[in-house]
Design a protein around this ligand. Structure first.
Ligand SMILES: Cc1cc2nc3c(=O)[nH]c(=O)nc-3n(C[C@H](O)[C@H](O)[C@H](O)COP(=O)(O)OP(=O)(O)OC[C@H]3O[C@@H](n4cnc5c(N)ncnc54)[C@H](O)[C@@H]3O)c2cc1C
Ligand SMILES: NC(=O)c1ccc[n+]([C@@H]2O[C@H](COP(=O)([O-])OP(=O)(O)OC[C@H]3O[C@@H](n4cnc5c(N)ncnc54)[C@H](OP(=O)(O)O)[C@@H]3O)[C@@H](O)[C@H]2O)c1
Length: 531
């Protein structure tokens, strides 16, 4: 027998719906939205046991051929076809192991399969398509055959100390921001500083910092105007304006919002909303539809603010690689943040957290934060080990921290940094610091790649190839290699360059070079922090 999640009474009796509409909406949200914003139906103990039994005795070989962040969802699911549910759930994730969900891809899937995690919408890089696939896969829970074992019931995740996980943030004080690009750059990247001295938080280099940002008030107020509501209206025990600013995501528009609108309208608009809720794109604009754009598209429809808020996703924290060492700046922490801004039609869109850090939060203000401990991204335990760091753009962040740390502990190991960005004149982050580190001898080598200084693109991997012989010599000497920054293209291209260098200067076939790099990864000598 299937257990359904308890019915939620989300739509108040005073709301402008008929009893039939209220019942439908309550049922809809109860089935679709868990209290944390997930979307699953609870399993019976028998079904749970079946899933758990499958998790251990399902004969899966443990391989994950889909674990490649450059593959599309369809390709990943194809590679996972025929595998147990938990493995297909892993394939649905974006494969970046970025930690934004609080897990790596495998652990997030295992937690869902073990019923220890009910939120299906936590994979930020996977976005809506991952959430939709997880929802489809979760429906298979209902079909799981009953099994007599009930011993492996899911245990709740242990509560962590404040600031050690996204579920229990601490407070940090925002201190300052300073732009890292020169005037006229096409980029807008900020060095941002925090005071952690009152937070009880500490971190090690390689960790990331989770930030709970707020939506821009102008956007919030436009949405309230489209709803025809008062910004002080009480929703979830708070003024509507506060809920929209701090609690819910205003981009991209979730399927539940389209479902809600499809119910509240008729005719062709209803059909359009229904198709959008199913992931279709009737007008070719689905990828640009944030919440305000949806309200404008369906401008005649005014959902009740309670129902509207319930149809939105929770606002998720954002992670940033920490760009300081606490040994160099006790009680302090810095980030290197690229401000996301772009235009769709006539409207300027802002990345929530990056623009919050770049322009909205004022010095002296508190904000909820947490430290996301790095998994497999750390300095070598032996301070004598040479390190090679490849970090274009904001990817340089953790390497500034690594260098500060090695300076503070007087590590004798050699340090080689590959940094690249658009223009040498405008986008050379931390140039003075790196120059000083070179002069002092801390930075053994600094190799730069400017992609827009010349007619054709020149990237960090091109520079690596140029100095392949020396790079191979460092590898042969036991160097660890680190890559940070763009997951979709750069990380793969850098890895390819490494294959070529190992093949050419290490006198290996391509297959042997690939195996060599795989071995580096396996032994922790090739580590990535990509997003
Ligand atoms: C482990 C980790 C470390 C990270 N470290 C850093 C770091 O050191 N520095 C850093 O700057 N970032 C870093 N990031 C990325 C960071 O977490 C955020 O994803 C980033 O700042 C954007 O968040 P946001 O809230 O500003 O934008 P969001 O509100 O999340 O908006 C971003 C979304 O806007 C859309 N978008 C963006 N540009 C365009 C465009 N031109 N056209 C159309 N749509 C567009 C895309 O859908 C994109 O996903 C890291 C991420 C991870 C996982
Ligand atoms: N989720 C988000 O919205 C978000 C926000 C911020 C950053 N990010 C991710 O973080 C990455 C870092 O952003 P960033 O602003 O620091 O810098 P960036 O956009 O990655 O650019 C840094 C440098 O890398 C170059 N580059 C482009 N493609 C490359 C490739 N295939 N291999 C090597 N280098 C390449 C760029 O050159 P050209 O530009 O001249 O080609 C530029 O010189 C972004 O690419 C993005 O994936 C995501």
């Amino acid at each position: 027998m299937n257990q359904i999640a308890p019915m939620l009474d989300l739509i108040p009796e005073t709301s402008p719906f008929s009893p039939e509409q209220r019942a439908w909406l309550n049922g809809f949200f109860a089935g679709f939205v868990s209290p944390e914003g997930g979307a699953v139906t609870a399993l019976s103990p028998d079904q749970n046991a079946a899933v758990m039994a499958g998790a251990k005795g399902d004969g899966d070989d443990g391989e994950a051929p889909w674990h490649d962040q450059t593959l599309l969802l369809d390709q990943r699911m194809e590679l996972a076809r025929g595998r147990p549910l938990r493995r297909r759930m892993m394939a649905a994730m974006a494969q970046q192991d970025c930690g934004q969900c609080g897990y790596n891809c495998n652990d997030y899937a295992e937690k869902i399969a073990a019923r220890e995690e009910t939120r299906l919408n936590l994979c930020a890089p996977g976005g809506k398509e991952t959430a939709r696939m997880l929802k489809t896969l979760a429906e298979e829970f209902d079909k799981a055959p009953a099994a007599p074992v009930a011993s492996a019931a899911a245990s709740p995740t242990p509560a962590s100390a404040p600031g050690r996980s996204r579920d229990n943030p601490a407070q940090a004080v925002f201190l300052s921001r300073r732009r890292l690009n020169k005037e006229g750059s096409e980029k807008e990247t900020w060095h941002v500083e925090f005071d952690l001295s009152q937070s009880g938080l500490d971190y090690v280099v390689g960790d990331s910092f989770g930030v709970f940002a707020k939506n821009e008030l102008g956007l919030v107020d436009q949405i309230i105007a489209m709803l025809g509501a008062s910004h002080i209206m009480d929703v979830r025990g708070k003024p509507l304006r506060e809920v929209l600013q701090s609690d819910v995501s205003l981009a991209p528009a979730p399927d539940a919002l389209f479902e809600l609108l499809s119910f509240l309208t008729g005719g062709p608009l209803r059909e359009k909303a229904r198709l959008l809720a199913q992931g279709e794109d009737p007008d070719g604009d689905a990828s640009h539809l944030d919440v305000l754009a949806v309200m404008q598209k369906f401008s005649g429809v005014r959902p009740h603010p309670e129902a509207f808020v319930e149809a939105l996703e929770p606002l998720q924290p954002r992670l940033y690689s920490i760009s300081s060492s606490s040994k160099a700046a006790p009680g302090g922490l810095s980030l290197t943040v690229d401000a996301v801004r772009y235009v769709v039609g006539k409207r300027k869109r802002l990345g929530v957290a990056s623009s919050f850090l770049a322009e909205r939060i004022a010095p002296g203000e508190n904000l909820p934060v947490y430290v996301q401990a790095a998994h497999n991204f750390a300095l070598p335990s032996d301070p004598n080990t040479p390190i090679i760091m490849v970090g274009p753009g904001t990817g340089v962040a953790p390497f500034r921290a690594f260098l500060q740390e090695r300076q503070a502990i007087e590590a004798p190991g050699k340090n080689w940094l590959f940094f690249g960005h658009q223009r040498s004149t405008h986008d050379f982050f931390y140039a003075d610091e790196f120059d000083a580190m070179k002069t002092s001898g801390l930075l053994t080598r600094l190799s730069l790649a400017w992609s827009r200084d010349r007619g054709e693109k020149f990237y960090v991997q091109d520079r690596m190839r140029e100095v392949g012989r020396e790079l191979w010599a460092w590898l042969a000497d036991g160097a660890h290699v680190y890559v940070c920054g763009d997951a979709k293209r750069m990380a793969k291209d850098v890895e390819r360059a490494l294959f070529d260098i190992v093949a050419q200067y290490g006198a290996r076939s391509t297959d042997e070079a690939v195996a060599f790099v795989a071995e580096l990864k396996k032994t922790g000598r090739y580590q990535q922090d990509v997003y």
